[in-house]
Design a protein around this ligand. Structure first.
Ligand SMILES: NC(=O)c1ccc[n+]([C@@H]2O[C@H](COP(=O)([O-])OP(=O)(O)OC[C@H]3O[C@@H](n4cnc5c(N)ncnc54)[C@H](O)[C@@H]3O)[C@@H](O)[C@H]2O)c1
Length: 334
């Protein structure tokens, strides 16, 4: 089968490509990425030369380009990882989030319909469900929890999810959606909590923590997210949504302290800053549907995953420095 993987130079997409290009020699993977500020060709450089892989630079919001790509390549499966993904940016500038995350999804689905794609998979987020109170640990998001968003980012993702279901119902596009909790692991752009903390700590810089740091996220290793996406794409039922979660709820401040401890750095680096506008309190996800129906199982417990992840960043300081200096923008020579 021929796969289109959009957003493959980003954090989750690049991890996905490493996983599937090794695992499936008989499938072919085309990575499409616009290489925005969050796209880092260094993440996928080592895939160059693989027989079952190629990279194409391009924008999912460019309708004529996408139409031609689909016409030329005849994809069987489309997995849409491409997105503007940083909540803070969406608060400063919502429009690009609406264009990339909603219109981009629409353009990919139009091409999927026109060229008879057998499966369109939308990579979504638990943030579409809004947040849960801190004092009700019994409450979890299930696939039937109403969409109830807080930020322009989560609203754009929820809008795209609704559109995906509309394309299924109205046009019969064979779709699936996965909604995952906060990912951690290698190749994450250091604007997000874990790599940001590591980068700042390496340079003995202040580490900004929103509010009191008590907001709770459910953390999942990116590998476990990706084995879930792979399973849903190959075995999931058309028209269904599947939640994927790490079963590892932790307050942000605990994550920051854990990283500082492993790096032997002082907690004095922590600087509490004004809370994010509309900051979601707690995310927690019930993944029992994908576990029961498709046999998905997490392979990482949080303690092992976070330790390996911190080690990865410490062993890949050049990767971090390339981002800090802006050199990563020149990593694609194509
Ligand atoms: N990071 C998380 O914790 C998390 C959790 C759940 C779901 N998700 C979802 O997973 C997906 C991937 O997230 P991520 O953390 O890897 O994001 P990321 O920001 O690291 O990567 C996004 C990638 O998309 C590319 N891109 C952006 N606009 C594009 C466009 N118009 N055309 C083509 N490519 C474009 C970027 O260049 C980048 O390589 C997103 O859809 C996100 O909403 C992320």
């Amino acid at each position: 089968m021929k796969f289109l993987i959009t957003g493959g130079a980003g954090f989750i997409g690049s991890n996905y490509l490493h996983y599937v290009t090794d695992k499936y020699n008989d499938d072919y993977f085309v990575c499409l990425d616009a290489l925005t500020y969050a796209g880092n060709y260094n993440n996928i450089k080592d895939l160059e030369g693989k027989d079952n892989y190629k990279f194409v630079k391009g924008d999912i919001t460019d309708r004529a380009f996408i139409d031609k790509l689909f016409c030329d390549e005849k994809f069987d499966v489309v997995i849409n990882f491409a997105a503007e993904s940083h909540v803070d940016n969406s608060i400063k500038n919502p429009e690009i989030f609406l264009v990339t995350n909603i219109i981009g999804t629409e353009i990919l689905m139009d091409a999927s319909l026109k060229y008879n794609v057998k499966r369109y998979h939308q990579v979504s987020t638990d943030e579409v469900y809004g947040d849960l109170p801190l004092d009700r640990p019994d409450l979890l998001f299930t696939e039937s929890t109403p969409l109830h968003t807080s930020s322009p980012y989560s609203t754009s993702k929820a809008s795209a999810d609704l559109l995906v279901m509309a394309y299924y119902r109205t046009y019969g596009l064979p779709v699936t959606i996965s909604r995952c909790s906060n990912n951690y692991g290698p190749y994450q752009f250091p604007e997000k909590l874990i790599p940001l903390t590591i980068m700042k700590a390496l340079n003995n810089e202040n580490i900004p923590v929103y509010g009191t740091g008590e907001n709770v996220r459910d953390w999942i290793h990116v590998y476990d997210h990706n084995i879930g996406v792979d399973l849903i794409v190959r075995k999931g039922k058309i028209g269904e949504v599947y939640n994927l979660g790490g079963h590892s709820e932790r307050p942000n401040i605990e994550i920051v302290k854990l990283i500082l401890k492993q790096m032997n750095k002082s907690e004095d680096l922590i600087t509490f800053v004004e809370d994010r506008k509309g900051h979601d309190l707690r995310y927690a996800i019930d993944s029992s549907k994908v576990e029961k129906e498709l046999g998905w199982k997490r392979t990482y417990d949080f303690e092992r995953g976070i330790k390996e992840t911190i080690d990865w960043y410490l062993n890949n300081k050049e990767w971090i420095n390339d981002i800090k200096s802006g050199r990563y923008k020149e990593s694609y020579k194509g």
